[in-house]
Design a protein around this ligand. Sequence first.
Ligand code: PLP
Length: 339
Amino acid sequence: MEKFDWERLPFGYTKTDFNIRCVYKDKKWGKLEVSSSEYIDIHIAATGLHYGQEAFEGLKAYMGKDGKIRLFRWEENAKRLIASADGIKMEAFPVEMFREALFKVIQLNKKFVPPYGSGATLYIRPLLYGSGAEVGVKPSSEYTFLIFVTPVGPYFKGGIRPVNMLICRDVDRAAPLGTGIYKVGGNYAASMRAIVTARNGGYSNTIFLDAKEKKYIDECGPANFFGIRDNTYVTPKSESILNSITNMSLIEIAKSMGMKTERRPVPVEELSSFVEAGACGTAAVISPIAKIFDPEKNMIYEYCKDGEPGTETLKLYKKLTSIQNGDEPDTFGWVTIVE
Ligand SMILES: Cc1ncc(COP(=O)(O)O)c(C=O)c1O
């Protein structure tokens, strides 16, 4: 693929050759279909458009030094999509069909998997939406599942870079008994106002607090939060945050490195006790946090005074990315090779 300048690829959409689609109709899923179109034909009354019956996933394929393409914990994405489907009463897409579609779409677009060492990866976006027509508010009787892939550059060019975050108190992303634990489009729509405010203020993203009491840390935009202190990795437990696969993995890695781990409600005041802090998710793996500003309390919490990520954050980042890229043996059993 000489026409790609892999090193300069943005973290954005680039067209690839094929995507895979599958339709649920008459109470059953049909066959997987390969398409070379970037567009979908959608009914004007589809519930996915009107009532937000839509869920998605995000994972990556990594090219190893050995020329093998690796996937990281893809079953967790398949299971999370099933949970999201159930959360908004859509038809679940079975794990085995998810696997087949996933492997097929990668194989068909093999030439778009960025080379080892470029820092770029193949981003994979499964999507499920209500495609049947309804006017009353009720679940659709038809669904469409699709997966497209797109090569993306590293979130931060040249490695990981500390970012600044703004605490948000005037927008809630999700309510405690709402849909925050699901990866549904509505949560992202609800977060846009806060994200735009943060970006306009020069911040990388927003930190949402729990919607009920505004006492505890929820999430960092589309990523989970963690703080480190006294050899302990602390991350919020909340009814309204997405269960990040990256965070689940970092917890296991932290344990394997001899750190203690705590998953529990994290009060805002505790931010002052952390020595390192970060946001984690598939896109950036880890974004170390340099500063968090709380406008209501006029407080600034600082973590990277010298402008560099902390040592524990770097160790966690290196270990996880080495497993994903196949540079280190995968002792956790997280990686699948796409044959
Ligand atoms: C709201 C939200 N939280 C957390 C994450 C991180 O999850 P993961 O590590 O599975 O990518 C994401 C990204 O998927 C997200 O959208």
